[in-house]
Design a protein around this ligand. Structure first.
Ligand SMILES: *Cc1c(COP(=O)(O)O)cnc(C)c1O
Length: 356
């Protein structure tokens, strides 16, 4: 059989949830959208069911899958419904839902649920993806209340740049949120995603919404934010199934983006972009071969990639190759912070270096 495996550590998932919940200091939804970020939504939900305050998914189909598997925890539809016909299922399956547009608000007003909906009313505080603008928010709230179709209403917004700790936008989003809510009845609030939970104490409101950090990936530059001891949930590994010795000046694979500059021992690995390994990963991206550091060389193919075995004489056919990303906890956080800062400046304030 093809030796490619993705191993899911559900104990690490539970650990990460508990870390995020402790960092947030209050109730936290575990975000399981997109098949739990590729980790398997039902198995992840089952593993978290006894400790999670609730789950969040993007759409009804994902919530139906969890309910069909017997998951009884609260489930929030982060994007609400796409058409009025879904509201019956929201009611029957006891789902919570975001209301983030005039269209969704009108659907709720026109619905006839058996019991009032649990609604998370979304403010657009600057991300400009979905949600009511500050000047429209309170009117939307009053319409929901007047409709009699809403039970509990939770105040919600979403951050655009919480993973960039030095950018002031998160603070202005929080200020806008608090200003927009002034005068409304007291109630529960939810603003923080993973980055908000890990590095914005002022974003700690009643409900956190942890996604990427749940799976052991910090969204923050190395050394920044709470040291939450996140552990990788997925281990993605394959094996070398071919070895080739090349001289100097030989290209490898498609294109000419890698040409050997020394006699090179190339390992052929059973993993490619069809398996989810990024096609655009560049030569030099880190991998581990039998636990030793090595690197990708040449362009990633659909079902194969190539790694450098030149300095690993003991590696060969059957050696295990593991995908890597940047370490979560640098030995020297101050140096890592400085390096992240330098990277940010070099890239003109854009995202940090790709980690593959
Ligand atoms: C996806 C999503 C989250 C989780 O975001 P992470 O950055 O992965 O933690 C939280 N809230 C909303 C509204 C989302 O769409």
């Amino acid at each position: 059989m093809r030796p490619l495996t993705a191993t899911i550590r559900l104990d690490h998932l539970r650990h990460n949830y508990q870390q995020a919940r402790a960092a947030h200091g209050d109730k936290t939804l575990a975000v399981l959208k997109a098949n739990a970020y590729g980790h398997g939504a039902v198995r992840c939900a089952q593993a978290l069911a006894d400790i999670a305050d609730g789950f969040a998914v993007a759409c009804l189909e994902e919530a139906q899958e969890l309910r069909a598997a017997g998951i009884a925890n609260p489930i929030l539809l982060l994007e609400g419904v796409f058409e009025a016909g879904e509201l019956q299922a929201v009611d029957a399956l006891d789902l919570w839902m975001a209301v983030a547009s005039e269209e969704q608000l009108a659907m709720v007003e026109a619905a006839a649920p058996a019991k009032p909906f649990n609604i998370w009313l979304m403010l657009d505080s600057g991300m400009h993806r979905e949600g009511f603008l500050p000047q429209d928010y309170q009117a939307a709230w009053r319409r929901l209340e007047a409709s009699g179709k809403a039970g509990k209403i939770t105040k919600m917004t979403h951050f655009a740049r919480a993973d960039e700790p030095d950018v002031p936008m998160t603070f202005s989003q929080l200020e806008m949120f608090d200003a927009a809510m002034r005068g409304l009845p007291a109630g529960e609030e939810s603003v923080a995603n993973s980055a908000g939970i890990l590095c914005h104490p002022r974003a700690q409101r009643n409900w956190g919404r942890v996604g990427i950090a749940l799976y052991g990936v910090t969204p923050l530059p190395a050394g920044v934010g709470q040291d939450a001891d996140l552990r990788p949930v997925m281990r993605f590994a394959s094996k070398v199934f071919g070895v080739r010795e090349l001289g100097i000046g030989e290209p490898i694979g498609y294109g000419d983006n890698f040409v050997t500059h020394r006699p090179t021992r190339v390992g052929l690995v059973a993993c490619g972009y069809a398996d989810g390994y990024p096609r655009r990963a560049s030569s030099g991206s880190p991998v581990r071969v039998d636990g030793a550091r090595s690197r990708l060389i040449g362009r990633v193919s659909m079902d194969m990639l190539t790694v450098d075995l030149t300095d690993l004489p003991d590696a060969g056919i059957g050696s295990e190759v593991e995908g890597q990303r940047a370490p979560f906890r640098p030995a020297d956080p101050a140096a890592a912070h400085a390096a992240a800062e330098q990277r940010r400046q070099q890239s003109g304030g854009g995202a940090g270096a790709a980690t593959g």
